[in-house]
Design a protein around this ligand. Structure first.
Ligand SMILES: C[S@@+](CC[C@H](N)C(=O)[O-])C[C@H]1O[C@@H](n2cnc3c(N)ncnc32)[C@H](O)[C@@H]1O
Length: 288
C-alpha cells in the first residue's frame, strides 16, 4: 500500500516520516534514513524536518519520496538515491558507477596519514580510487603532498576529478589506468589501495544490497585475492626506497595478504584492525 494512503490523504512531514518508518518495520537506522531521503526531496537539512513537522506536502513531493523509499527498500544504497556520502570529514558526490565509500576504509586513511609527514612534499598514489574518497581525504589532510588517484573505470575517474575540484583539492588528480600500468617506476613514497576483494565463491551468500554496486568494484577471482596479488607484486617497482604500500582486504584475508607481502620482499609488515576489531588493512615497507 502506498505510504501516502497509510499516512493521510493530505500528508505532512510528520505523518509521512512516521508512516515510512513504520513501513520499514522500525528497523535500526530506519528513521534516520527516511529523514535523509525526505530532506533530500525537500532540499532542506534534516533538522528542518523537526522545525516544521506540520508542513503539508504536495502530491508530487509525496510521489517522489515514495519512489525513493521503494528503491531503498529494494536495497539501493541511500548514497545512490541522494547523490552524496560522507567519508572522513568530507561530503562526496556519489553515483552508481562507484562503490559507496565505507567507514572501515577510514582505517586505510588513518594508517596512511601515520606515514605521510605533514611538512614534506610526498607523492601518494591511490589505486582503484572510485569516488576519490581515500585520495581526497589524504589530499585534504596533507596539502603538501601530491595525490595521484587512478581507476580502470572512466566514470569513476571523472567523478573523482569532480570531487577533487568541488572540494578544492588542487593537489589531487585522477587518471584512468589498469592498476600500475600508467604509473612510472620508482615514483611514489606511498601507495594506497582498496581493491575489489570479495571471492566469486562467496557471491551466493552475500547481502543482496551489494547487487546495486558495480560488480567490478567488489569481486576479484574465486578467492578474492586476484587483484591484491597483482597490486602487491607490481607496487614494489613503483615505490621509492623505504616507501609504503597499504592495502585494504577482507577480514579473513589478513594472513594470506601478509604472506604475499613477505613473498615479494616487503619489510615491517603489519595488519591493522577496523572498528569491529577485524583485520582490515595490511601495510609493508619497500626496503630496496
Ligand atoms: C572496492 S572499490 C574501492 C573504491 C574506493 N577506493 C573506496 O574505497 O571507496 C575498488 C575500485 O577498484 C577499481 N578497479 C577494479 N579493477 C581495477 C583495475 N584492474 N585497475 C584499476 N582499478 C580497478 C574499481 O573500478 C573500483 O573503483
Amino acid at each position: 500500500m502506498p505510504i501516502t494512503e497509510l499516512a493521510d490523504a493530505r500528508a505532512s512531514v510528520g505523518t509521512l516520516l512516521s508512516s515510512a518508518t513504520h513501513k520499514l518495520g522500525n528497523a535500526p537506522g530506519a528513521r534516520q534514513d527516511v529523514e535523509t531521503l525526505l530532506a533530500h526531496v525537500l532540499e532542506v537539512r534534516r533538522t528542518a524536518l523537526y522545525l516544521a513537522p506540520e508542513r503539508p506536502l504536495d502530491e508530487n513531493t509525496s510521489a517522489t519520496f515514495e519512489q525513493l523509499l521503494d528503491a531503498y527498500i529494494d536495497g539501493v544504497p541511500i548514497a545512490y538515491l541522494t547523490g552524496w556520502a560522507d567519508f572522513w570529514s568530507l561530503r562526496l558526490e556519489i553515483t552508481s558507477a562507484v562503490l559507496v565509500p565505507r567507514p572501515d576504509t577510514e582505517i586505510l586513511v588513518a594508517s596512511a596519514l601515520d606515514l605521510i609527514p605533514s611538512q614534506t612534499d610526498t607523492t601518494v598514489i591511490d589505486l582503484g580510487t572510485g569516488s576519490g574518497a581515500v585520495a581526497a581525504a589524504l589530499a585534504q589532510e596533507r596539502p603538501q603532498a601530491f595525490v595521484l588517484a587512478s581507476d580502470r573505470s572512466a566514470a569513476a575517474c571523472a567523478l573523482a576529478q569532480r570531487n577533487f575540484k568541488r572540494l578544492e583539492l588542487p593537489n589531487a588528480n585522477a587518471i584512468r589506468a589498469d592498476w600500475m600500468r600508467a604509473i612510472a617506476v620508482g615514483c611514489g613514497e606511498l601507495i594506497t589501495a582498496n581493491p575489489p576483494y570479495i571471492g566469486l565463491d562467496e557471491r551466493p551468500s552475500l547481502d543482496s544490497g551489494l547487487r546495486h554496486e558495480p560488480q567490478d568494484a567488489l569481486f576479484s577471482g574465486r578467492d578474492g585475492l586476484q587483484d591484491l596479488r597483482i597490486i602487491i607484486s607490481a607496487a614494489a617497482s613503483r615505490l621509492r626506497k623505504d616507501g609504503w604500500l597499504l592495502v585494504e582486504h577482507g577480514y579473513e584475508q589478513g594472513r594470506a595478504v601478509r604472506e604475499l607481502f613477505r613473498c615479494h620482499g616487503y619489510a615491517r609488515i603489519e595488519t591493522l584492525r577496523d572498528l569491529n576489531q577485524h583485520e582490515r588493512v595490511t601495510r609493508g615497507c619497500w626496503p630496496k
